[in-house]
Design a binder for this molecule. Structure first.
Ligand code: C5P
Length: 399
């Protein structure tokens, strides 16, 4: 599972002969879809050029707190620290490890380290005697005790000509280490999440159908957020024009009945179901097998209700956490709460058509979380951020 896709990664590079390997680390991270910002210590510039790292990461490399003395601009270490999903310091020299351990902050890499709230990984690289020195080992132990994650150095030929421990781990191994660490510690690791998304199409005849304006953006964003937090995701999707993110099992369906059948077939093994699809509420009682001729067409189509997937899951659910959506135009919270009870859900994500920038087709959404004991009104956000809120809430509930 690739958990680095879409992650914001700070790569701190220190003065070590192994700094040239940082170029390969950047390449591996970018290949996996991470956004990489490189920070060099002042001396690291002697070992690897900003041009190489900046070109590979597609971002100017940062190496100083003051960006431009004459203009009075600076690189904001607090913003950088908050921006990152993870901070990798590789190669990490003995000098930088010592400063990290004491809280020294005489360069940008270190000030960002002190400001970062994200997980910090460090990959030591130094000669074997430096590596094994009690002072260096004590620093590593101290950093680990504070929750920083060591990517241990490998054994082998060292730049000094000596043989032993202290070589920077190979770039692909470093990236694999981080990915598998993210997978094992991800909030939804080992959890199966079932999601419905998009509209359904209810056939009138082989060429005509009833449907709605759902784009599927919200459901796809939820699927991506769940996968990003380590879940195994099955997405039952109505017809949409979005390409499914990698790493997600997608089952394409057309009608409400097909969505019902596919969802029920996967529900028993799921830990959670999130039904964001805009399922058509009605379908023609009879779908004509041949295209209805214009002159023979009736002006009235007999409709019947489609099966209510969410309601059915509410009736049969055992351990599963059940999330439904509600689109309301009036008495929003009251109606959503009724739906919560009637469909035996654990959370209703409420959209209101009264909110600008919300619902169909937009890239933003404004929702309210309605649970059995509270109502939480959220800000207007990107659908990706709304999805993160839903999945964060879910992971807290599944703990
Ligand atoms: O009752 P209403 O259609 O407003 O409920 C919306 C919620 O129910 C959504 O989560 C939607 O995905 C789900 N639903 C369903 N099957 C239907 C109709 C709605 O799963 N036939």
């Amino acid at each position: 599972m690739n958990l680095l896709r879409g992650k914001r990664v700070l790569l701190g590079v220190t003065a070590s002969i192994a700094a040239y390997k940082a170029a390969f680390i950047v390449r591996e991270l970018v290949k996996l879809g991470a956004e990489v910002q490189v920070i060099l210590t002042p001396s690291a510039r002697d070992f690897v050029t900003p041009l190489t790292l900046g070109t590979l990461s597609k971002k100017p490399v940062l190496d100083a707190l003051i960006a431009d003395k004459d203009l009075g601009t600076w690189n904001n270490h607090v913003e950088l620290g908050l921006w990152a999903d993870l901070y990798l310091i590789a190669p990490a020299s003995a000098n930088t490890l010592a400063k990290m351990a004491t809280g020294a902050s005489d360069n940008l890499l270190l000030t960002v380290y002190l400001s970062a709230r994200c997980p910090v990984y460090f990959a030591p690289a130094m000669d074997l005697d430096m590596h094994d020195h009690a002072a260096n080992q004590a620093n590593i132990t101290l950093l680990e005790s504070r929750g920083n994650i060591q990517i241990p150095s490998a054994s082998g030929a060292l730049a000094s000509g000596l043989e032993g421990r202290g070589r920077l781990e190979e770039p692909d191994e470093i990236v694999r280490f981080i990915n598998s660490h993210l997978s094992s510690t991800a909030p939804l690791a080992g959890k199966k999440v079932l999601i419905t998304a998009g509209p359904t199409r209810e056939a009138i005849d082989p060429v005509r159908y009833l449907s709605n304006h759902s784009s599927g953006k919200m459901g796809y964003a939820i699927a991506e957020a769940a996968r990003g937090m380590g879940a195994q995701v099955t997405l039952i999707s109505g017809p949409v024009s979005i390409v499914a993110p990698r790493g997600i099992d997608v089952i394409h369906v057309q009608s409400a009945q097909e969505m019902y059948d596919a969802t029920l077939a996967h529900f028993a093994e799921a830990h959670c179901a999130i039904l964001s699809a805009a399922v058509a509420d009605f379908r023609p009682k009879v779908a004509a097998t041949e295209k209805i001729k214009k002159d023979l067409a009736k002006t009235v189509i007999d409709l019947e209700e489609t099966p209510d997937i969410l309601k059915k899951l509410g009736e049969i659910k055992a351990h599963q956490f059940l999330i439904g959506f509600a689109l309301e135009t009036e008495n929003e919270v009251e109606n959503a709460r009724k739906k919560l009870v009637k469909k035996n859900c654990d959370l209703i994500v409420l959209n209101s058509t009264r909110d600008a920038g919300a619902t169909f087709g937009f890239d933003t959404n404004k929702v309210t979380f309605v649970t059995h004991n509270k109502t939480e009104v959220m800000e207007l956000k990107s659908k990706a951020d709304v999805a993160k809120d839903i999945i964060t809430y879910l992971s807290e509930q599944l703990k």
